[in-house]
Write a protein that binds this ligand. Sequence first.
Ligand SMILES: [Mn+2]
Length: 423
Amino acid sequence: MRINNDQIKASNKELLDVHKEDLVQLAKKHKNLEQIIDTIAKYNIAIPSWALGAGGTRFGRFGFGGEPGNLEQKLDDVAVINDLTGSANAVSLHIPWDIPGNAEAIKAKAHLLGLNFDAMNSNTFQDQQDQEHSYKFGSLCHTDKVVRDQAVAHNKEVIDQGVALGSKSLTVWLADGSNFPGQLNFRRAFENTLASLKEIYAYLPADWKMFIEYKPYEPNFYSMVIQDWGTSHMLAKDLGEKAFTLVDLGHHLPNTNIEQIVATLVTKGMLGGFHFNDSKYGDDDLSVGVIKPYQLFLIFNELVYGFDNNKANNPIPAWMIDASHNLKDPLEDLIQSVEAIETAYAKALLIDQKALEKAQLANDVVASQRILQDAFQSDVKIILAEARLRNGAALDPIEAYRKMDVRKELINERGMNNAATGL
Ligand SMILES: [Mn+2]
């Protein structure tokens, strides 16, 4: 199904007058309002192809009907999110879950839907049916060269597929590690991983980037080869200028100061990608902003400051939502996540950076806190709504989605028992 302009206009009609009045009031309050609306309107976040179906846990998976059964249908779903929010014009594919049978046709369909292809994701964390060697004991780090070679070859294939689709980057996340002390020689594992990454890196087209994602634990519970941003940064540095660190919000030990990691990486020009989600305990993959919205705001503060003071020439990171949906309709969940990300971003844009710097230089702790919290406590719903309106999207995307009965329509189209490929 495709949402058309008339449906969007109809859903906006009732809300439009009040929205316009609210906007006039808000403009009196913030003198840089136009600029903030413009920044938010231009902002886009990629949707991963594996997040459009029901997510499962190791205990079970509960479907909800109308899940996309193939890549074409996944693109349709991303287009629904993009049409309603005006902020999700890219899809991030996972190989081999989403191998495009006909890359040209997929590219043409995406183009027609107003979508493009963001970072490609390789998968050496599980075995595929036709696979010769197992990744049970690791992939790029494996003790056996034939396994490493197979994992390298897979990453090269993913690059080839990405080239055919017009993607410009590869994200590597490895499950490699160990469950028991003594199982793995840390140094050998690190060196094997670096050597394997070097082979993949050498295969990257000139205009591509490689993002190295880190994670402290899971699926391995004693050690992960790329456990933290320092390890990722070291590997990226050894590879070359096309390699960067990718920060996934859920891939930190509890209470880690992620905003400081972000600030440090931008200072060194090494922040390549960002995976948004939220968590209470571990890599919970909950909807963005449900548990720690203040942390997300502080991260965006570092991003806003970082890109306003970008001496190391850090490229604009690849933004992606990386969440799982066990209970909610994934499309509604992703819409909520897009809104939460833009909320944090808009609030960070409200921070008076000059006043903050002045307070920081004077060591005025109270004033610094007030400046941040004034921005955080501001209501930015109207800013987001106006940005959407200017993109031809819905003033209230969730309300519009429900009024249009999108899920019912998808169930009619695809049936109740389709299970999307993914986690
Ligand atoms: Mn991730």
